[in-house]
Design a protein around this ligand. Structure first.
Ligand SMILES: [Ca+2]
Length: 521
């Protein structure tokens, strides 16, 4: 090799390594995304939030090595509409029929998973995706709203009611199928802790004690049946955490843990009266931890900013280097969370993130003409303001059709039975009674939303802000067209339940108990 050849070789090496280093600095590899969503898991019910009766070592680890959020909210506290918000970056009142539970999902709203699939990601899921409801494209073909299903692996579940899905093994199958060098996005849609529960399993199989419950929320009677129901729920939450832990181990084993963004949350609050399906603090306020070792420089932070589920899709698109305008998705209302990721701060990180909007339309059927119970609300400064647009309707569904908005359970039965106990009748009123047009709660002192301050404190500022922002978002409820939500067809076999039931047809309503049905008051 002469001098010139040596010089050429040297330059080639410099160019090669230099360009590699340059490319690395300019464009880090796009992260993988693991989105883990429990079904009906409430805020606070993890060790890292200070809870002692739900054991969640995997969630705790993620928070310690990532970010723990204290003010994360779904816009809508019911399965299908909450998931629709996650997937589209839009509030449920901006999603036409998808504001409702059990809808025909509108073709026009593309999901982040579909968009990632079109932009170089390998996209899969296990368990529960966007559900329940019917989602097809215009040709009638079923849409994979959250990715291709990986559901083959099963195991003997800890109770007869917990899903036999071996979520973690299905995730491993997905990783095996992922093309090398291509980023991936996976949706772990855990079916727990959705009802039903094996009665008494928290004590019998989870090794828990009735006295482990440190506080029964003020909206339910404090008795053994309710406490035991809470422990059964707790044991089901732990199944979610167990699979999450196995998934983390799988990522670690494959050397994928560092550049995977892991988001862990729930779609709505626990399936108990006054929580899931309502718009109270415990309905929409949810656990959230996010870990991304390679992308969040300062971990172990507690973030008090108000964040909404509509912020997830814009975050994922930004990290995947996909311009929203090119996805074919409807414009996002949410904002990327990367400003929080990149900060060193704890507590309030981005001061402008000081409120969220929440609301609901039709959840389960059980009112005349399949009408819903429309609510919109604003959470800000530790206060929750709610506006009920149709206060003459029954909030949880009609009494004579079993308050279908709440799954049957020992706690629901305990609440309904308080109608026979004069001193405790308030529990029935709190959970299922008619409500005034305006409700206002100080959730710092009253997180269970028992004392309505709307009649004694001015709500004008909150109402103005709520209505102004809803109008800007094109909410039909604010534009004189709110009835559209009531007339979108219910896609479930229980549609027109009220009329069919009242005319004597025994419409199947397997999610409630026979004793939930009451005579009309
Ligand atoms: Ca749910």
């Amino acid at each position: 090799m002469n001098c010139l050849q040596r010089l050429c070789l040297l330059w080639s090496l410099v160019a090669l390594f230099g360009s590699r280093m340059f490319v690395r600095a300019e464009a880090p590899p796009r992260p993988n995304i693991l989105f883990a969503v429990a079904d009906d898991w409430s805020y606070g019910h993890a060790g890292v939030y200070g809870c002692t009766w739900v054991k969640t070592p995997a969630v705790d680890r993620l928070a310690q090595q990532g970010l723990l959020f204290t003010h994360a909210f779904t816009p809508n506290g019911k399965c299908a509409p909450s998931r629709a918000c996650i997937l589209t970056g839009r509030n449920s009142w901006q999603l036409k029929a998808a504001a409702n539970h059990w809808c025909y999902f509108p073709f026009e709203f593309k999901t982040y998973a579909e968009a990632l699939g079109e932009n170089g990601y390998f996209v899969g899921m296990t368990g529960k995706g966007w559900a329940p409801g019917i989602a097809t494209n215009a040709a009638g073909t079923t849409r994979n709203m959250v990715g291709k299903p990986f559901d083959k692996r099963t195991l003997k579940p800890p109770t007869t009611k917990i899903s036999p899905n071996d979520y973690a093994a299905n995730f491993a199958d997905f990783l095996d199928a992922a093309p090398k060098g291509k980023p991936w996005s996976f949706w772990f849609g855990c079916r727990e802790p959705h009802r039903e529960y094996e009665l008494g399993s928290g004590v019998a199989k989870g090794g828990k004690k009735i006295s482990d419950i440190d506080r029964v929320p003020a909206c339910w009677p404090d008795n053994e049946a309710v406490r035991s129901d809470m422990l059964d729920y707790s044991f089901a939450v732990e199944n979610f955490d167990k699979h999450l832990g196995r998934m983390l181990a799988e990522l670690e084993k494959r050397g994928l843990l560092d550049n995977t963004l892991i988001v862990v949350t729930s779609d709505n609050g626990m399936p108990f009266p006054h929580d899931k399906g309502n718009a109270y603090f415990n309905s929409n306020h949810l656990p959230l931890v996010i870990m991304w070792k390679a992308g969040i420089p300062k971990s172990g932070r507690r973030v008090d900013d108000y964040v909404s589920f509509i912020d997830f899709a814009p975050t994922f698109m930004e990290l995947a280097s996909v311009s929203w305008g090119k996805t074919g998705m409807a414009p996002a209302t949410g904002r990327s969370l990367t400003g929080i990721f990149n900060s060193n701060k704890s507590g309030s990180v981005i001061p402008e993130r000081d409120h969220v909007l929440i609301g609901r339309e039709r959840n389960d059927v059980g009112r005349p003409n399949d009408e819903g119970y429309p609510i919109r609300g604003l959470v800000k400064d530790g206060m929750l303001y709610l506006h009920n647009f149709e206060p003459t309707r029954w909030p949880g569904g009609n009494p004579e059709t079993g308050y279908l908005d709440t799954d049957g359970s020992p706690t629901k039965t305990a609440v309904l039975n308080t109608r026979f106990i004069p001193a405790q009748k308030s529990f029935l009123e709190i959970c299922y009674g008619l409500r005034p047009a305006d409700e206002f709660y100080d959730v710092r002192k009253d997180p269970d939303c028992i004392t309505n301050l709307a009649a004694t404190v001015s709500i004008a500022e909150f109402q103005n802000q709520l209505f102004t922002e809803l109008k800007q978002q094109g909410d039909p409820r604010m534009l004189g067209d709110g009835h559209v939500f009531d007339v979108y067809p219910d896609a479930s076999p229980a549609h027109n339940f009220y009329e069919r039931w009242m005319s004597g047809e025994k419409v199947k309503a397997g999610w409630v108990n026979e004793s939930d049905f009451q005579v009309a008051p």
